[in-house]
Design a protein around this ligand. Structure first.
Ligand SMILES: Nc1ncnc2c1ncn2[C@@H]1O[C@H](COP(=O)(O)OP(=O)(O)OP(=O)(O)O)[C@@H](O)[C@H]1O
Length: 378
């Protein structure tokens, strides 16, 4: 798939912008802060309804404007669809496909699929477990868009359950008379186990599918590495005893939640479930976080992205590859290796401050980005 036209209105620094794109490589070159990342971020937003840079929508709307609009013509198997999202911070976003409104904006997710490499990727391996859970869940949703609903249901249930645990814990300590909260908790235990069991089962399947690609990708991007060096393992917040089916995991999660009732009431927090799980990234015997060198961490982060790309590709569709400011971070050998790996993708969008940072094999269409303008060079 590829984007053939991108149109922005009040998105980030752009009052308006229209950019023609095509298959193959397109590079956006310009000095720092000129709006290169803003362009590719808009395409990534259409793919996931989330940005790779910020957690909330407000910074995506041009300062002083009320809403932003991102519209893209996406070509897939020779057919073009026009996807559009209206970003309304604090209110619901609206989405359209070929001008017809979608009942819910999240139905847009997955219609265009992107894999973004960016300097922020280092947090994939060096950041908190939540960064790695997000990585897994984003990939889950790209592969199976219906899981966006499971993910948001889980977040909602968790929030509700945590607030009940606080109230019920306080009631138990005699500081209030809300004992009713304790009985309601049983209902939310069941919700958490049902949706959590499904999310857990999907994540386990995903990690199994992704693992072989991670080793292979690490071998390619790290000098002298073999495919057995890098590995990922899903570490759940409770003992699974080898269970992998949704029904078994739901049952096991419910039993564990009941077993941990007192701890949870004391802490006023849900202590088990997919929101407490971790994706362990290891090089040889050692975890990447806390042990790997800066270069190894970078290679691992790149390997996770490349593996995601390979996995999505194995599903039968070429996602759009976005390389946002990554070449300046890499030494010349890894720069060339990465460039070679991605050069054959159906569409590659690259941003760089200096044209010379973009490897030769990625010569394609170039745009100069500066002063709010995006001008084609060749
Ligand atoms: N909501 C917003 N409203 C107005 N301007 C914004 C908004 N969000 C970001 N900007 C501006 O956009 C510019 C950053 O654009 P962008 O991140 O695309 O830069 P870039 O060209 O990729 O730079 P670099 O090479 O440094 O990564 C900054 O000047 C920032 O102030």
């Amino acid at each position: 798939m590829y984007v053939s036209h991108l149109s922005l209105h009040d998105f980030r620094s752009y009052t308006s912008a229209d950019v023609e794109l095509g298959p193959g490589v397109t590079a956006f070159i310009g000095r720092n802060g000129q709006g290169k990342t803003n362009l590719v971020e808009a395409i990534d937003y259409l793919s996931r309804l989330a940005s790779h840079r910020v957690a909330s929508d407000a910074p995506l709307v041009r300062a002083g404007a009320d809403q932003a609009v991102v519209r893209a013509a996406v070509v897939r198997d020779g057919r073009t669809a026009v996807l559009e999202v209206e970003i309304n911070p604090g209110r619901s976003n609206r989405a359209r496909v070929n001008r017809s409104p979608l009942p819910r904006s999240r139905e847009l997710v997955g219609l265009v699929r992107t894999v973004v490499f960016s300097p922020e990727d280092l947090t994939l391996v060096k950041g908190d477990p939540s960064d790695r859970r997000k990585f897994l869940d984003d990939l889950l949703v790209l592969r199976a868009p219906r899981l966006a609903g499971v993910r948001s249901d889980y977040d909602r249930i968790l929030k509700q359950r945590n607030s009940l645990l606080k109230t019920a814990g306080a009631a138990r300590r005699g500081s209030s008379a809300q004992e009713g909260a304790l009985s309601t908790l049983g209902v939310w235990d069941a919700h958490l186990a049902r949706v959590g069991g499904e999310l857990l089962a999907e994540r386990l399947l995903l990690v199994d599918a992704l693992r072989p690609y991670v080793g292979k990708a690490y071998e390619t991007v790290a000098r002298g590495a073999t495919r057995d060096d890098a590995d990922i393992t899903y570490r759940p917040s409770f003992e699974l005893d080898g269970q992998t089916s949704r029904a078994d995991l739901t049952e096991a999660l419910l039993a564990e939640v009941e077993r941990r009732r007192n701890d949870e009431l004391d802490r006023g927090l849900s202590l088990v479930g997919p929101h407490r799980d971790e994706l362990l990234c290891t090089l040889g015997e050692l975890p990447v976080k806390g042990y790997a060198s800066h270069g190894e961490s970078w290679s691992f982060a790149l390997a996770l992205r490349l593996a995601s790309y390979d996995l999505l590709r194995s599903d039968g569709d070429d996602p759009i590859l976005i390389l946002d400011d990554v070449f300046a971070e890499l030494d010349s050998e890894r720069r060339a290796q990465l460039a070679e790996l991605v050069a054959g993708a159906e569409q590659v969008l690259v941003t760089a401050a200096v044209g010379a940072d973009v490897p030769e094999v990625l010569t394609g269409t170039r745009y100069a980005v500066g002063g709010g303008e995006v001008v084609r060079e060749q």
